[in-house]
Design a protein around this ligand. Structure first.
Ligand SMILES: [Fe+2]
Length: 265
């Protein structure tokens, strides 16, 4: 038995849907089914090309937790990921899953999903004409860029806590803007120092060869992570980043999020 979501585009198994609906209030209408069998051979080839052009640099310059997570959740260099298969490997590790959604979510729905350890994941893939950059996240950015780190217990706890904190601040736009900067300079464009070297962990750096190369070659100022400074640092989503913030461990961003809620709540 299946049900249709309000937008008519989402069809899910009714048992699965009722389990999800108990955990989600506002986000459930954005959930869709990933039709993995509908991806064409050419789309699998584009995925393969994207992964193969990123991995040599990432094996050297991504943080170890990302590389471990990539293997643990079973991502392939040959085929687009099946989100159910990814979630089956991820959930026993940290309780996180990768849940297909129809596109951008409004803030309340996005934070609600993070609070439930459900990562909103797009299912479309960029075309060959835009291998380096897409203005909106696609499955390469979302799965290749984000999901491997969700296999790490501390990062996973940080991201859930981030969602819970923002849910509690939802009626305070100024506080949410500050929290948005924390997300940008950690989850999207975070760097970390490991054994004396700068390593990347933010999805925007993991998934973009050009931006990552620029950062690694010193084309961007890297400051020590400081919560107050990050919360005051505006950013331009369409430009290369002029400044990034390096943490010493993922415990640091977990603690910073707790502190942020104390200051903003
Ligand atoms: Fe992202």
């Amino acid at each position: 038995m299946t049900i249709a979501a309000e937008d008519g585009g989402a069809i899910r198994d009714s048992h699965e849907a009722s389990l999800i609906d108990k955990r989600l209030k506002t986000a459930s209408s954005y959930l869709v089914e990933q039709d993995w069998s509908a991806y064409s051979a050419d789309q699998h080839a584009v995925w393969s090309e994207l992964v193969r052009r990123r991995m040599p640099q990432l094996r050297q310059h991504a943080c170890q937790e990302y590389l471990d997570g990539f293997a643990q959740i079973g991502l392939s260099e040959d085929q687009l990921p099946n989100l159910k298969a990814v979630s089956r490997r991820l959930e026993p590790l940290t309780g996180w899953n990768s849940t297909p959604v129809s596109g951008f979510l409004p803030p309340g729905a996005f934070f609600e999903m993070l609070s439930a350890r459900m990562f909103p994941t797009t299912t479309w893939l960029r075309g060959r004409h835009s291998l380096e950059y897409t203005p909106e996240p696609d499955i390469f950015h979302d799965v290749f860029g984000h999901v491997p780190l969700h296999a790490h217990p501390v990062f996973g706890s940080f991201l859930q806590q981030y969602g819970q904190t923002c849910s509690r601040l939802i009626s305070n736009p100024e506080a949410l803007e500050r929290m948005g900067r924390v997300f940008w300079f950690t989850v999207e464009f975070g760097v970390i120092r490991q054994r004396g070297e700068l390593k990347v962990y933010g999805s925007g750096l993991i998934s973009s060869h050009g931006e990552c190369s620029r950062v690694l070659s010193g084309g961007c100022e890297v400051r020590d992570f400081n919560l107050d400074e990050v919360m005051n640092q505006s950013f331009d989503t369409g430009a290369m980043q002029p400044v990034l913030y390096a943490v010493e461990s993922f415990d640091q961003i977990y603690e910073a999020t707790r502190l942020a809620e104390q200051r903003l709540g």
